[in-house]
Ligand binder design. Structure first.
Ligand SMILES: [Zn+2]
Length: 738
């Protein structure tokens, strides 16, 4: 747990001649519950020296590998390398937790300052030829060295990582790659800063009388926001999702809808004050060059070489297969909404616009199914949903959750100890639910400490965090979640469970393919709205009554509604991500035109639907490690729907035996084997797309016959950028962030 820090750091402090009384908490043992970070003691000025010390230490550890006179072996090269950089990793995890969930100008300044240094540090290790020679010697002799499967796997992974980081390049090429990585790292920081600035600088201020068609909780929040900003008798809406989506869904004022949606779509676009288009050009140019240097045709080829999908061809084949039925369905939906708008406005020539879609879709949903999501909300109080998730985890895996008092970085954060079936400590989970200035948009799961084993063989227990931007409590009303938010909570909890169940002998085996990583999260969504679970947690926050069967019935019926739209906007973003990373030769390009050509001209995207993200604010792919990887969400949906079928087929969706299998065959082994091998082990075969198509209503039989109740998953918002560490990758491109 906390032991691993002490010895190495004390040595380093002595060797660096630092005063023994240094108060930097990163340089001493943490006397906190379960070794959680002492957030109450960590101050902004501690980070820089801690990062510097962490890098220095890791450098020293690497040097002791390269200068070791003993013949290279698994233990003195691969294992020593795997164990290096513990302090550096710890500082990075704490730091990225803060910069993503509770940042400020000072932290951002440190991030901008450290980012190129971290890149340079990672590169110096990745391109250290003495180290690579040792790694190569162990790799070449791996079959003769009597390694076990995990050692063999780790050796191969480490070797490949070096090669992918440029270890086989000439000195000149290595120099160029270093420069590229540093530039890329700075560019992604600038991309992110622009993005935040754009979100923070926009507000739609409307008079309170214009908000009469909005649900009361939406109005309450908008009022609070207006008061904070000093606007009297007004409502304020912003570009954060919990603000603009309800506004677009319920506001009957087309002019206002258009204003906020155009502001959203136009974030960081060309010509604005946070223009990201040149940054995107630079990123694509550098990524393409990087791919060429490393021997790949395109950046997508480079990325996918390490994914389940393996090649861009397979990804395109997968996405193209889904594109046509989704677009056809979306076009049908569009026609119905257009008719509705014409009849509602008494204007037979009215045109449906993208800013109309949410509004008329909601009207149509209410007319067709008499289901207003707002009616369901009182049954999804945050506390109750949390109980539902704890109950589910308990029924599936026998684990329990105990609130603990650990230091937190913000008063809203709550912490729990997670106990295994036999009441043994499994790990700690932090939960941080509500939006605030300084928190990135969306929802994510990350790690404050990853699972491992120390040099004495004692298990290091994981500390994981989930961070969301859920509807806040207002006045006397607790936080009442939308169905999307409820599902997001289940989703992020799935990632957390994946972290908590991890049991691998070496840290370098924690990483799973990025197109696998959404399986553990998305499978959890399948339980969110199962009647058997709802009966236990979906209780009215005032009366305590269980959600009525009639509401459930309508929820179920309306679940397939709007799936054409939801699938199409998701596929559109997945395709535009693939396209921009599939350039063989970089030529300066106009970002908006490139996207239009890819989606509208070549694939026939209808103008009423915008891709889920436009490039200038598509932080997943320019700032969050999802480059050529956004398809992973829908790819993983094939896996999760098929895996959930195992529970359905058993006749009991809480089947303990199947859950145990899932835990020990899929979750716990993490990167010990390829994702597809783990999946096959669990399911007995590769996944079939049928469950996904059925789940999204894109394939007969009729949705009503389908036993599962499934709402389309909502991919997380921007993924916080991890500290750049080419070597300590946990998830493909970035450590510890999902
Ligand atoms: Zn996720």
């Amino acid at each position: 747990m906390k032991r691993y820090l002490t010895f190495a750091i004390m040595c380093a402090l002595v060797s660096c001649g630092k005063p023994a009384g240094d108060q930097n908490p990163f340089f001493s043992e943490w006397d906190t519950p379960f070794g959680t970070p002492p957030f109450d003691e960590i101050e902004v000025h501690h980070f820089k020296p801690a990062f510097e010390q962490g890098m220095l230490l890791q450098r020293a550890e690497i040097d002791s590998i390269t200068t070791n006179p003993e013949p290279p072996s698994f233990d003195n090269v691969i294992l020593a390398y795997d164990r290096s950089g513990r302090l550096y990793g710890t500082v990075g995890r704490v730091f990225s937790t803060l910069t993503s969930a509770d940042t400020n100008d000072e932290l951002e300044a440190i991030k901008a300052e450290m980012s190129p240094l971290q890149s340079a540090h990672s590169d110096a290790i990745a391109l250290d030829s003495l180290l690579f020679e040792k790694v190569r010697t162990v790799y070449d002799g791996r079959y003769r060295a009597g390694m076990n499967a995990a050692q063999l796997r780790l050796t191969e992974r480490v070797y490949k990582r070096f090669v992918r980081s440029g270890a086989l390049l000439s000195e000149t090429e290595k120099q160029e790659l270093r420069l590229i990585n540093e530039q890329l790292s700075s560019l992604s920081v600038r991309f992110d800063a622009n993005n935040r600035e754009a979100v923070n600088s926009y507000e739609l201020v409307i008079p309170q009388r214009d908000g009469t068609d909005l649900p009361t909780n939406v109005v309450s929040r908008a009022k609070v926001r207006a008061e904070e900003l000093g606007h009297r008798d007004s409502l304020v809406f912003t570009l954060s999702k919990p603000s603009w989506i309800p506004f677009l869904t319920y506001s009957g004022n087309e002019r206002h809808r258009r204003a906020i949606y155009e502001a959203y779509l136009g974030q960081c676009a060309e010509g604005g004050s946070q223009d990201n288009t040149q940054i995107i050009n630079d990123i694509v140019r550098l990524r393409t060059r990087k791919a060429h240097l490393l021997g790949y045709k395109t950046f997508a080829d480079f990325v996918l070489d390490e994914r389940m999908a393996k090649t861009p061809g397979r990804v395109y084949e997968f996405l193209d297969d889904l594109w046509e039925p989704s677009l056809a369905k979306a076009t049908e939906e569009r026609d119905a909404l257009l008719q509705l708008k014409r009849s509602e406005t008494n204007d037979s020539t009215a045109v449906l616009h993208s800013w109309d879609w949410w509004y008329y879709a909601e009207k149509e949903r209410q007319q067709r199914y008499n289901f207003d999501e707002e009616q369901a909300r009182p049954y999804f109080a945050l506390e109750n949903v949390r109980t539902g998730i704890f109950t589910l985890c308990n029924r599936l895996y026998g684990i329990t959750f105990r609130p603990i008092k650990a230091p937190v970085y913000h008063k809203d954060v709550v912490t729990y100890e997670v106990l295994d079936t036999d009441n043994r400590h499994l790990g700690v989970i932090y939960m941080d639910f509500f939006p605030r200035a300084g928190k990135g948009a969306g929802a994510w799961c990350s790690s404050l400490r990853s699972q491992g084993y120390d040099a004495q063989g004692a298990k290091i227990h994981p500390i994981t965090t989930i961070t969301c931007n859920f509807t806040e409590p207002v006045d006397n009303t607790p936080s009442l979640l939308t169905l999307d938010e409820t599902e997001t909570f289940f989703h992020e909890f799935g990632h957390a469970i994946h972290n908590l169940f991890a049991d691998v002998p070496y840290e370098g085996l924690l990483g799973v393919e990025r197109d696998f990583v959404e399986l553990p999260s998305q499978i959890m969504e399948n339980w969110a709205f199962q009647p058997a679970l709802l009966a236990e947690y979906a209780l009215h926050y005032r009366s305590g009554d269980v959600i009525p069967e009639s509401t459930l019935q309508r929820m179920r019926q309306s679940a397939m509604f709007n799936q054409g739209f939801m699938t199409t906007e998701l596929l559109a973003a997945s395709l535009s991500d693939m396209d921009i990373h599939s350039m063989r030769e970089y030529q300066p390009f106009n970002v908006a035109e490139f996207e239009k050509d890819a989606l509208t001209t070549r694939r026939g995207l209808i103008p009423e639907i915008e891709p889920r993200y436009h490039y200038p604010y598509f932080s997943h792919i320019f700032d969050g490690g999802y480059a050529a990887g956004y398809y992973s969400y829908i790819w993983a949906e094939v896996l999760d729907k098929d895996a959930f079928e195992a529970f359905v087929e058993s006749g009991d969706i809480f089947n303990r035996r199947v859950a145990n299998d899932f835990r020990f065959k899929v979750l716990a082994p993490r990167g010990i084997r390829d994702g597809m091998d783990l999946f096959r082990d669990f399911r007995g075969s590769e996944p079939s797309r049928e469950a996904l198509l059925k789940g999204r209503g894109l394939l007969p039989p009729e949705p009503a016959e389908y036993s599962g109740f499934i709402v389309a998953p909502v991919p997380d918002g921007p993924v916080p950028s991890p500290p750049d560490s080419v070597l300590r990758q946990i998830l493909g491109e970035g450590p510890l962030v999902q």
